[in-house]
Design a protein around this ligand. Structure first.
Ligand SMILES: NC(=O)c1ccc[n+]([C@@H]2O[C@H](COP(=O)([O-])OP(=O)(O)OC[C@H]3O[C@@H](n4cnc5c(N)ncnc54)[C@H](O)[C@@H]3O)[C@@H](O)[C@H]2O)c1
Length: 344
């Protein structure tokens, strides 16, 4: 794509969704400001949150809906920070209005939604990307360094596990129809780590799901997310990966991600890691803190892409890969069989 702007300042950003759960709208606008872009507008139906946005960024245009923002504002890059089931429809609306779009993770819920978004961006000649900030988490940066150095030998498998004994909260993340399911929130981050590590095409996916344990105690009833979601991914290289996100884990496993190679293991928690390798008859364990995250590289890349034509770090095709795995896992769990991947 040819550069669209002479300078990052010309990139006028509109944020859609200024929610309070993690104050993500504020974080995005601050990070885009650091990358030289101009915060211009916020669209948010919740009046109290819109008031917070106006306080955070005095003079920012405030709209109650994306329709009003697209009709009245000169924003040329829209960032979607809304619940998961709104990503595809809002992205299509903004792309068809000729705006560049950054969509929070997960990119969408189904592979078909990703396809439609990619086609709309191509038709409009605009940029589409997903905010995979955790592409630059310290843990994955360290894991890639260790794997690429050959310290743990040839990569065999990646196991991702996040769980607790945990009644789903009242928030929208606990609704299957809004969130996509229990695997869609953190699952998409750890799958994106996995895809960086495995570096091979996806061959097939098998999914499993346990439902109904928490549903009666949840405000979402039958629409409550699965108690546990589980996916097994077979890669064309012969490596495999597992993903388990669970709310029924009385005995939570150690480590969030475990990478096993022919010579050793790299095990990580959010802040720390262990490298466990065999040296003859001995097992050598090296423990360390993960290096700092480099999330600022995401918007630095977006600005460089739009002003200089630097290749996008997170292309929509890359962002479709973890969604394809999640979509296949969901369908596989319902159909009780393994499904071949359409997109490697
Ligand atoms: N990348 C990360 O590290 C990270 C961290 C937290 C959240 N997220 C993602 O950010 C997104 C939002 O999550 P959150 O925790 O901020 O949720 P939230 O509930 O705090 O905020 C969502 C906001 O979107 C608004 N909204 C809903 N529909 C809208 C619409 N059609 N137009 C405009 N606004 C609308 C709601 O009023 C709400 O204020 C999700 O995709 C989530 O996965 C990413």
């Amino acid at each position: 794509m040819k550069p669209h702007f002479k300078s990052a300042k010309e990139i006028k950003v509109g944020v859609v969704g200024y929610g309070g759960a993690f104050n993500m709208g504020r974080m995005h606008l601050q990070d885009m400001q650091k990358a030289g872009m101009t915060p211009r507008a916020v669209a948010e139906p919740d009046k109290a949150r819109l008031a917070v946005a106006k306080q955070d960024f005095p003079g920012i245009q405030a709209y109650a809906s994306v329709e009003a923002m697209l009709a009245k504002s000169d924003v040329n890059l829209v960032v979607l920070i809304t619940p998961h089931n709104t990503h595809a429809p809002l992205a299509l609306q903004c792309l068809r209005a000729g705006r560049h779009v950054v969509c929070e993770k997960p990119f969408a819920i189904t592979s078909e939604q990703c396809d439609a978004m990619i086609a709309a961006a191509q038709k409009a000649g605009v940029m589409l990307s997903t905010y995979h900030n955790r592409h630059w988490d310290g843990s994955i940066l360290k894991a890639l360094e260790v794997v690429r150095a050959g310290t743990i030998g040839d990569l065999v498998r990646v196991e991702c596990h996040m769980g607790a004994w945990n009644k789903p909260g009242d928030w929208w993340r606990s609704s299957k129809s809004i969130s996509g399911g229990i695997l869609y929130d953190w699952g998409v981050h750890v799958l994106e780590y996995t895809l960086q590590l495995v570096n091979s095409e996806i061959a097939e996916v098998t999914g499993f799901a346990k439902r109904g344990f928490w549903a009666q105690q949840s405000k979402w009833g039958a629409d409550t997310v699965e108690d546990e979601g589980y996916a097994v991914v077979r890669f064309k290289s012969g490596a495999w990966a597992t993903l388990c996100i669970t709310n029924i884990d009385a005995n939570p496993k150690r480590g969030m991600v475990e990478v096993t190679g022919t010579k050793g293991t790299f095990l990580w928690e959010y802040d720390s890691h262990e490298i466990i390798v065999r040296d003859g008859d001995a097992t050598v364990v090296t423990k360390g803190k993960n290096p700092p995250a480099q999330w600022e590289r995401y918007y630095a890349n977006i600005a460089a892409h739009l002003t200089k034509g630097t290749p996008l770090a997170i292309t929509p095709e890359w962002a479709r890969r973890p969604i394809h795995i999640l979509d296949l896992a969901d369908r596989s769990a319902r159909e009780g069989r393994t499904l071949a991947a359409k997109y490697g």
